[in-house]
Design a protein around this ligand. Structure first.
Ligand SMILES: [Zn+2]
Length: 112
């Protein structure tokens, strides 16, 4: 076997390097469990993303503001003659808002 620190050629099963004194068993035996314990809590605390929250707010604001302006225009000026095209664009804007909210929700779920 080869010492990972100094590269000396050592008998198989050596616990210490006879050249530099490097411990040969400790790194490979203890490092992986330490990494697993380190990443497990991080994965559990995921599910929150500031970028996802921002997208959720933007999507909700788009949908709500368009709905508010739609209601305001109807109340102020009455129903337009081409109300179906207005409703169609209303649904389009709601769809865009919902899509942005969906991306934000997905980011939250991924925790990115
Ligand atoms: Zn060594």
């Amino acid at each position: 076997m080869i010492c990972g620190k100094c590269g000396a050629n050592l008998p198989d099963g050596s616990q210490f390097c006879t050249v530099c004194g490097n411990s040969l068993e400790a790194p490979s035996a203890s490092a992986p469990p330490v990494q697993t314990q380190y990443y497990a809590p991080a994965a559990r605390s995921g599910g929150f993303s500031i970028f996802g929250v921002i997208l959720l707010i933007i999507g909700a604001a788009l949908a709500v503001s368009w709905l508010a302006s739609f209601v305001y225009n109807i109340v102020t000026f009455g129903a337009p003659s081409d109300i179906w095209s207005v409703i169609n664009s209303y649904l389009t804007n709601i769809g865009i808002g919902a899509g942005i909210m969906g991306i934000g929700a997905a980011l939250n779920k991924l925790g990115k």
